[in-house]
Design a protein around this ligand. Structure first.
Ligand SMILES: [Zn+2]
Length: 80
């Protein structure tokens, strides 16, 4: 086996792994394995910007956004 063959073999194995859905990650919130787990900017206004980011799946992010929308509504509602 030549080096090139070995490299191609390696690539094929890699592609296969991708097809197998190995890019799925567990959501830190709900523990669900999904490919939608990424870092997102959430609807908060922490002074420390890192706090305004959350890593989770779409479902959890939806819940999170709804929660913060409500918090903001309460906040602004309280001002009026
Ligand atoms: Zn989740």
């Amino acid at each position: 086996m030549t080096t090139t063959d070995r490299m191609l073999d390696c690539k094929a194995a890699f592609d296969e792994a991708q097809d197998d859905g190995n890019d799925l990650q567990p959501c830190p919130r709900c523990g669900l394995y999904t490919d939608s787990v990424i870092r997102r900017h959430r609807h908060t206004a922490y002074v420390e910007d890192e706090m305004n980011y959350v890593t989770c799946c779409w479902e959890c992010f939806d819940i999170e956004e709804d929660y913060w929308d409500e918090q903001w509504n309460d906040y602004y509602g309280g001002l009026m």
